[in-house]
Design a protein around this ligand. Structure first.
Ligand code: FAD
Length: 349
């Protein structure tokens, strides 16, 4: 079967992939976004759903629509740190605006809608299996509802999230793409969406409680009665029984008596410095696929959005100049490293 040909192929329909696709399609490029999930499952991602008040998003999608549809609690004014040894709390008020908790599924759906509205061809149930390469990356092969398909493009955007399969398949020899990545630089995390009977009295707070395994439990109120609860541990520590640990903690909290669990999901997230370089000829990695997560908090949504947009902007220029070499795409690395990249790298230390 002949390959489907695009200017840009984006693998992964999360925050990074949708912002990349919306940016490039909005500028008139032919863009395909390949997502392994079904359309119904699109946007469902394991997350704490919290966004800092000072976070900004690139203006390449309808941000008002995103906010109206998915920001369910915009009244977060403080972070509360519980001390498990003394039962005392430390409250730290936010400077520079309220934080928010989102309905993560609806947020993800809106991003996919916006990428499509900008002109992206979204291919659901399309699981990328391999990278097509000949000196530079030329495309991918994928299975789509039982058939093998090939997608060709000038630039491939790897937005496939943590531990991206594409990076195992790509030969980065002769490039400076950061391949110094191992599983100990990741955090294993799990969350539940829990409905409680009575409004919690801390619905203006994101609540954290440290665990022994270099991680924390969190309680983030999507609404006064719908709470995102979860926890994670750094994978250079002994494995932690996440579900059991969470269950025990919830049982000891009065406000979660009679609570019902509405959704459960787990995932890995990078908690290392951002990749030194996330470009190779015809290839750019964005979001979790390039370590664009705050290594202390695990917050990765705003970084993924910015990285997706900046990568697409560098790719648009490269494609229009007929040069998608590592050097031509390098501006993307510079933008990441001179923005959140240097901050996250310092935090990683
Ligand atoms: C439990 C947990 C809690 C978190 N809490 C927060 C928080 O409160 N605030 C915050 O800012 N960040 C949080 N993060 C981090 C944040 O969720 C990520 O940094 C962000 O989602 C990264 O977006 P992304 O687009 O890079 O990757 P993802 O959102 O992971 O998207 C990757 C997409 O690629 C698809 N995909 C993967 N492989 C393939 C393939 N082979 N073929 C086709 N498609 C593929 C996946 O299905 C997925 O849709 C949390 C992460 C976890 C795991």
């Amino acid at each position: 079967m002949p390959a489907e040909t695009y200017d840009m192929v984006v693998v992964g329909g999360g925050t990074a992939g949708c912002f990349a696709a919306a940016t490039a399609a909005g500028e008139g490029l032919d863009v395909a976004l390949l997502e392994r999930k079904t359309e119904d499952e699109g946007g469902r991602i394991a997350c704490g759903d919290a966004i800092k008040g000072t976070s900004t998003f690139p203006d390449v999608i309808d941000l008002d629509y995103l906010r109206e549809e998915s920001f369910t609690n915009e009244g977060i004014t403080l972070a509360r740190f519980e001390n498990p040894k003394t039962d005392e709390n430390l409250d730290i008020g936010f400077r520079g605006g309220n934080g928010a908790i989102v309905d993560r599924k609806r947020y993800g759906e809106v991003l996919l809608e916006e990428a499509e509205r900008a002109g992206t061809d979204i291919h659901y149930e399309t699981v990328v299996q391999d990278v097509v390469q000949n000196g530079a990356v030329k495309g991918v092969t994928a299975t789509q509802r039982g058939s093998v398909k090939e997608f060709e493009a000038d630039v491939l955007i790897d937005a496939a999230g943590s531990l991206s399969l594409l990076q195992d398949k790509t030969d980065f020899d002769g490039t400076t793409f950061d391949t110094n990545v191992n599983y100990q630089q990741f955090c294993s995390a799990y969350r539940e969406i829990v409905e409680v009977d009575e409004p919690v009295d801390w619905h203006n707070a994101i609540v954290f409680k440290p665990t022994a395994e270099l991680g924390y439990l969190w309680y983030f109120p999507r609404t006064p009665t719908e709470i995102n609860v979860g926890l994670g541990f750094q994978m250079n520590k002994d494995p932690m029984k996440l579900v059991e640990h969470l269950r025990k903690d919830l049982q000891n909290r009065e406000e979660f008596k009679n609570a019902t669990v509405k959704d459960k999901l787990g995932a890995a997230l990078p908690t290392r410095r951002p990749y030194d370089s996330a470009v190779a000829p015809g290839y750019m990695a964005v979001g979790d696929a390039a370590g664009h997560v705050n290594p202390c908090t695990g917050g990765g949504i705003p970084g993924a959005a910015k990285a997706g947009t900046w990568a697409a902007e560098a790719a648009i220029e490269g494609i229009s100049d007929g040069d998608v070499s590592e050097g031509a795409l390098w501006e993307y690395n510079r933008r990441v490293q001179t923005d959140f990249g240097k901050r996250f790298a310092a935090m990683d230390l």
